[in-house]
Write a protein that binds this ligand. Structure first.
Ligand code: UDP
Ligand code: MG
Length: 139
């Protein structure tokens, strides 16, 4: 995957609360092009693996439980400076600290149930994209 790409998930709270369309609209309006997308549900094993770097953190168990609690939308997005620009668009991890006009400010419930994932580096964007999509599913 090229370095002008990032990976996102609309998390279970976003889907449950009916915000998928509104969030996708914000993403597209911000200039991101969708290169792969699917509605799916993570198994416990997939969620554990995806968030492996957080395995020692106190919130890991709850995070895995939440991420497997309902469907998610996974997507690969393309834009110049995709990783950094997408992190700006989603806002801080905790919606209470997220800037006005960000996706998490608008749609997240809490620091844990925070509506959306965004990769934190080009390297992780590539790893996370490949984790969720086969090459024939990526434009
Ligand atoms: N998380 C949590 N409690 C915390 C920190 C993080 O439940 O104190 C959850 C939250 O869903 C977050 C995810 O773990 O999005 C990954 O954490 P990270 O620090 O990577 O935040 P992000 O990159 O998603 O902003
Ligand atoms: Mg992160």
């Amino acid at each position: 995957m090229a370095t002008n790409r990032t990976f996102t998930m609309l998390k279970p709270d976003a889907i449950e609360n009916g915000y998928a369309g509104k969030i996708l609209d914000m993403i597209i309006q911000a200039g991101f092009e969708i290169k792969a997308m699917k509605l799916t549900r993570l198994t416990t094993e997939q969620a554990q693996k995806f968030y492996e770097v957080h395995a020692e953190r106190p919130f890991y168990g709850e995070l895995v439980e939440y991420m497997t609690s309902g469907p998610i939308v996974a997507a690969i997005l393309e834009k110049e400076n995709a990783v950094a620009d997408f992190r700006t668009l989603i806002g801080a991890t905790d919606p209470a600290e997220a800037a006005e006009g960000t996706i998490r400010k608008n749609y997240a419930e809490s620091k844990g149930r925070n509506a959306v994932h965004g990769s934190d580096s080009d390297e992780n964007a590539e790893i996370e994209g490949i984790f969720h999509f086969s090459s024939s599913e990526i434009l």
